[in-house]
Design a binder for this molecule. Sequence first.
Ligand code: GLY
Length: 375
Amino acid sequence: MEHQKALERVVARLADTMPTIGLRNPKIGGEGDRWHFCNPGDWVISFHSGQLWLAYQLTGDVAFRNAAQARRPDFRYILEHRKVRDHDLGFQFSLHSVADWQMTGDREARAMALEAAGLLLARFREEGGYIQAWNPTGTVDRDRAAYVNGRMIADCIQNLALLYWAHRETAIEDFRIVADAHAETSRRYLVREDGTSFHTYLFDPASGAPLKGQTHQGYRDGSCWSRGQAWLLHGFAQCHAATGNAAYLETARALAAATERLMGDATVPVWDFSVPDNEPRPLDSSAGAIMSAGLYILAAALEGAEAQRWRRLADRLLDGLLDQCDLTTVPDAQGLLAHGAAHVRAGQTDAMLPYGDYYFMEALMRSLGHTRFFW
Ligand code: GLY
């Protein structure tokens, strides 16, 4: 009952903010729980659309559909500008164009999603068996540009849904082969023996030889960055749902068990599970939302006591968000969740995040038995 009421508040917030947000796409929260908005091609550009499509599905209110469809030029821009494209094509086009095609049958949306899937496919590095995450950035961000051809990152597991969708849609085997290859490389190198994870992994770009795990947004190279763990947990549960591959289910279970252990008694994850107790420990509500949604997917694939175990953990994380981070009861806030950590070492903490909001809505819907999503 509480989740149903929270979902109704989410839909009401999306309706109430439509006139003020207009056609802009939320990027990160600022002062007074107001949004800062995306630049063209920003990786987070689709999370608001994803919420609008889910609200359309729940209500049938065409205002949500129109608001999502009116953003199409933002996605056309990505297809037309090579420099703004990276591996996040999956997040971007699953939650916008695939959603549009599935909800309305619009053929232009389908064509855009297939074009994006083709561009994602082209980022595959055959030597190492992974999809290249980022692009060279010159002097703009040397950390990110270093080893750019030789780096895979945990987050990319979420982008595979676009490839699996394109395979189902076209029967072109390359989409599935590349998605499976990237998932297998993620299992081998990003997920550690104990079910914790590296944020990124480096390969020799020429030979594809594996080199070492490294962090980008986490506390240190060998740490377990909460949102990376969350991307992988949700992603492997989702890859299993898309393919039925038992190895992906095993990996999702290992990630879930490690997450349960690392959470201890907490109900909202600290931003990185390896931060010592005597250091500042900001929370990351977005990691909690992604984990919760992923655990519901995992529970749905299992039966009996183990299904109950993951469902209980998903409920605990969702209730933690409702107790500590819920902004839907705060009248002037524009988003849904407080206390997200975008990039702690860059000073971006304690903020609303559009991906936290999207996965919060997805988790609420999964907790209530909804099964139609755009992944
Ligand atoms: N995919 C980038 C992030 O999780 O911050």
